[in-house]
Design a protein around this ligand. Structure first.
Ligand SMILES: Nc1ncnc2c1ncn2[C@@H]1O[C@H](COP(=O)(O)OP(=O)(O)OP(=O)(O)O)[C@@H](O)[C@H]1O
Ligand SMILES: [Mg+2]
Length: 390
């Protein structure tokens, strides 16, 4: 049985914190002060006395192998992993990548976040999927980091460092990519000097000029490769949202007599990905809601293809509980059943729409809040249905 504890350092703390010094002390504190731990449990940093006093904002028990919700006796845990981290509050930077060429109409751009970023604080915890999805992604990432760290040769075990999340619109794919990158940063805080999330704007890779698209793709990926090679102590999570726009099936393009440029873009992407796979400090996170339109050679390079779906009522109830913690669970579950078929995005706007639909500035009673919620869910479902029928 293993337990993972993520320890958020106090933002205002100015001193130098070395994980190698702090983590063993924290582990000692946990052994002395905690008899049991359970997943999701939070320990307030103010409760930590002694040498570590004033250092932490909070500890979060993020993973416990074993049955969900069960408290684990720490004396029985085979491994307790501790990760101390601090948020970066720097805003993301947009970088225009200069691409040489005659017809270049505009430079492609990427958005770079320093991780762990305050912008994605608690994002992982606020996303609800089938119980297996998030642990599976974490296991994949730890195996990938371990294989890279141990220098496992690509000749023996071949992998391409690509995760693809697919699912319907608003199911949480983009958010899950960002949250996963943030998790990587938290858990490898001591291994890399910096972790960055590079969001590639796939739309800026499509050019108005014939033949220019593949040059833009080459330009962006050459830039990424250079970043990764010149900073081997940093880790780069490369996010390609809506990847179908640059990885569309070449077969379909050829059959539809589409310009050869679309095919060249995919060729460039595939060769660039092959160059990146040798970089130990890169992970590519792609999303799509049109899996069927993606080129099969791209899909073949994907190491983990994960469906991000919100199909069970219980996850909707989790989202509702997160949004409206004061409403009784049984009622929320009943409303969640009504909300079947709505996307995560639609569910998240329900509190706002509830407020809009109420005549008062605030809800006066629980029952009026619940009936407003039911009404809004009905309206949202009708809207979805009319879009589907249009
Ligand atoms: N499974 C989920 N759990 C919690 N929140 C969710 C979930 N799915 C979506 N949301 C919320 O809905 C909003 C939109 O999510 P996101 O942009 O990640 O979806 P997406 O799958 O990338 O959508 P699209 O296909 O339109 O790009 C976010 O605010 C997100 O927090
Ligand atoms: Mg998205």
């Amino acid at each position: 049985m293993s337990i993972t504890v993520e320890a958020l350092l106090r933002q205002g703390y100015r001193g130098e914190v070395r994980n190698a010094d702090v983590n063993p002390l924290l582990l000692g504190w946990i052994h002395t002060n905690c008899k049991t731990l359970s997943r999701g449990q939070t320990i307030d940093g103010a409760d930590i006395a002694g040498l570590l006093a004033g250092l932490f904002d909070r500890l979060n028990v993020s993973d416990v192998s074993g049955p969900e919700g069960e408290a684990v006796c720490i004396s029985k845990a085979r491994v307790i992993r501790v990760h101390s981290y601090k948020y970066s509050s720097s805003p993301p930077r947009t970088i225009q990548i200069p691409v040489m060429g005659d017809g270049a109409d505009s430079n492609p751009s990427v958005l770079v976040y320093e991780l762990p970023s305050i912008s994605f604080a608690d994002l992982w915890e606020q996303l609800f999927f089938e119980p297996d999805i998030k642990p599976m992604l974490l296991r994949f990432v730890s195996s990938l980091l371990l294989f890279s760290e141990r220098g496992v040769s690509l000749d023996r075990v071949s992998w391409n460092r690509i995760v693809l999340l697919h699912g319907s619109a608003g199911s949480g794919k983009t958010s899950l990519c960002r949250a996963l990158a943030q998790k990587i940063a938290v858990r490898s805080f001591s291994k890399f000097s910096r972790v960055k999330l590079v969001e590639v704007n796939t739309r800026t890779l499509m050019s108005r000029f014939l033949g220019d698209g593949s040059r833009l793709v080459d330009g962006v990926f050459d830039w990424i490769l250079e970043q990764a090679r010149t900073a081997p102590d940093q880790f780069f999570c490369i996010m390609m949202d809506e990847v179908e726009s640059i990885a569309a099936s070449r077969k379909a393009a050829a059959a539809a007599n589409e310009p050869a440029d679309a095919i060249r873009v995919v060729n460039s992407l595939l060769t660039s990905l092959d160059k990146l796979k040798g970089c130990r400090n890169i992970l590519i996170l792609a999303t799509s809601n049109l899996l069927g339109t993606i080129d099969e050679a791209f899909l073949d390079r994907v190491d983990l293809c994960q469906h991000a779906s919100l199909s069970y009522d219980y996850k909707m109830a989790c989202i509702f509980r997160d949004l409206c913690p004061d409403l009784p669970s049984s009622k929320l579950l009943a409303i969640a059943e009504k909300a079947h078929g709505l996307s995560g995005r639609a569910l998240k706007r329900i509190p706002l729409l509830m407020h809009v639909s109420s005549s008062d500035d605030e809800f006066v009673s629980l029952s009026s809040a619940l009936s407003a919620m039911c009404q809004v869910v009905d309206q949202e479902r009708e809207a979805v249905q009319s879009i589907a029928e249009a």
